[in-house]
Design a protein around this ligand. Structure first.
Ligand SMILES: Cc1ncc(COP(=O)(O)O)c(C=O)c1O
Length: 498
């Protein structure tokens, strides 16, 4: 299979100057007649500009072509395979787009009277209900605008629950060292103290370490399951039991729900509160921009604290509840990111109750197929079947002086978007690859072929191209530290005298 068939990275070969660098003053997109100072109404005189606006002088076609060319630089799930582990960059079915663009959904306003938006409310209510069933946690808020936002809401509710019981000293949130970076950040934002707990050698929660950290100041454990190594926490029931016994609650990071959806329910495992990255599990992939949504599902314990507004069904009509005594209040301007939520509704409906387990089965099958094809060439830190993503390291390639970064950059030359690199942090030289359920065997094979080609080049000592990669794109290897520490985000006007 020709890797270039799946390429989405080939458009990076042409330099595209900034509009300012291209500008030639003689040409303007729209030439307006000059406005003499005297003609401006008196009230506006104070706002008249004394110097030129500095807008680049370009014709309309030049401007349009510039932006279209830039758009072609973007790698998206519609241009190629996008195997970013932990991001679940799955294909977004076109029918979802058509549905959310229906005027009755796309042209409504959050402040419209309820009786004029009953259809949209019905679909959102249906999603609330479906997420409650899927998670085993029946009470759902659709408000959070991202996974991290859901985490913040969840920890705020857990804090409110402890406070309501007069247990004000419970301010510690335990976070495994394998957690996604947003977990400790969200807990800190909710005013809690985070304490990291070290994972066992197999990348899972070490029950002894957990026991040693549990005390009467612990408000919650924040746990991702399947965890960020792509494995299911095999002691999940015991973990939840220990935390509950110590008076804490278990917050589930449900961002990896695509691995178990329709097969197992976090609520049944003992999780009290869970956010679901619907933009991962149920299409609308994030990363590279675009909105998300992180609905939160809770059990009866936390239900009274859920934010308002939320949707309720009263006989045959749907209504928005704006006030609720114990609620922590709103965490978003309206009901949530409705466009993203409706796409999720469509994705779930397309499978239905009967077939929703296919999402998890295909995602897990694809990841294990990939693992199987690559395990002879790459080091697998936690052997055995994985869930939705497969984790490799650069340990074998290190012997030839080749690192994860070299492999990732070489993939760009071979026409692929690289996998997630150096995450999870607990695994040295990590490469986390998530094919998702929407990729064909051909696409996965083409990616594996490229990975094997790289490994073979290492074995043959043919590492020059690997160290120099990427060779094809106009931007080669950047100084990523400088780019993060000293980003240049503005055009230096003086450099071209423009
Ligand atoms: C495990 C995990 N937790 C939390 C998040 C945060 O989600 P978001 O980027 O929507 O804030 C992600 C994002 O991919 C994730 O993979």
């Amino acid at each position: 299979m020709n890797a270039a068939n799946y390429s989405g990275t080939r458009g990076l070969m042409h330099e595209e100057p900034l509009l300012f660098e291209r500008a030639h003053r003689a040409s303007e997109a729209i030439a307006l007649p000059g406005l003499a100072d005297a003609e401006a109404p008196a009230a506006l005189q104070a706002f008249l500009r004394n110097e030129e606006a500095g807008i680049p002088g370009l014709s309309e076609p030049e401007t349009v072509r510039h932006f279209v060319r830039l758009s072609q630089w973007n790698h998206g799930i519609e241009t190629g395979f996008y195997p970013l582990g932990s991001c679940t960059m799955k294909y977004n079915p076109r029918i979802n787009e058509q549905l959310v663009r229906l005027p009755g959904l796309a042209h409504i306003h959050p402040d419209q009277p309820e009786d004029t938006v009953q259809g949209a409310l019905a679909l959102l209510y249906q999603l609330q209900h479906a997420l409650g069933e899927i998670s085993g946690l029946p009470h759902v808020s659709l408000q959070p605008a991202a996974g991290a936002h859901g985490e913040l809401l969840g920890i705020m509710m857990i804090r409110a629950w402890h406070d309501k019981r007069g247990d004000h000293k419970r301010r510690i949130v335990l976070v495994p060292d394998s957690a996604h970076g947003t977990n400790p950040a969200s807990a800190a934002l909710a005013g809690m103290k985070t304490v990291e707990i070290k994972s066992a050698a197999n990348g899972q929660i070490d029950l002894e370490v957990l026991r040693a950290h549990l005390n009467d100041e612990v408000a919650a454990l924040m746990l991702t399951n399947p965890n960020t190594t792509g494995h299911f926490e095999s002691n999940i029931a015991e973990i939840c039991h220990l935390v509950h016994e110590a008076g804490g609650l278990v917050y589930g990071d449900g961002a990896n729900l695509n691995a178990i959806v329709g097969k197992a329910r976090p609520g049944d495992m003992g999780i009290d509160c869970l956010h679901i990255n619907v933009h991962k599990t149920f299409s609308t992939p994030h990363g590279g921009g675009g909105p998300g949504a992180g609905p939160v599902a809770v059990n009866d314990t936390l239900a009274p604290f859920l934010p308002v507004p939320r949707i309720e069904k009263a006989k045959d009509a749907y209504r928005i509840v704006h006030e609720d005594e114990a609620s922590i209040g709103p965490v978003f301007g309206s009901l949530g990111q409705v466009g993203v939520l409706l796409r999720a509704t469509a994705y779930i409906a397309a499978f239905g109750r009967e077939h929703i387990h296919r999402i998890a089965e295909d995602a897990v099958l694809n990841a294990n197929y990939m693992l199987h094809r690559l395990e002879s060439a790459y080091h697998v830190p936690f052997p055995g079947l994985c869930k939705h993503e497969c984790l490799l390291t650069d340990a074998h390639q290190n012997r030839h002086g080749v690192k994860t970064l070299d492999i990732a950059k070489r993939l760009i030359d071979l026409g692929f978007h690289p996998m997630t690199v150096y995450f999870p942090l607990i695994v040295h030289g990590a490469m986390l690859i998530e094919p998702t359920e929407t990729e064909s065997r051909q696409a996965i094979d083409a990616f594996c072929d490229a990975m094997l080609e790289i490994a073979a080049a290492c074995e043959q000592g043919d590492t020059e191209a690997l160290h120099a990669a990427p060779l094809h794109p106009i931007r080669r290897r950047l100084d990523e530290t400088q780019a993060a520490r000293r980003p240049v985000l503005t055009w230096p006007k003086h450099s071209t005298g423009g």
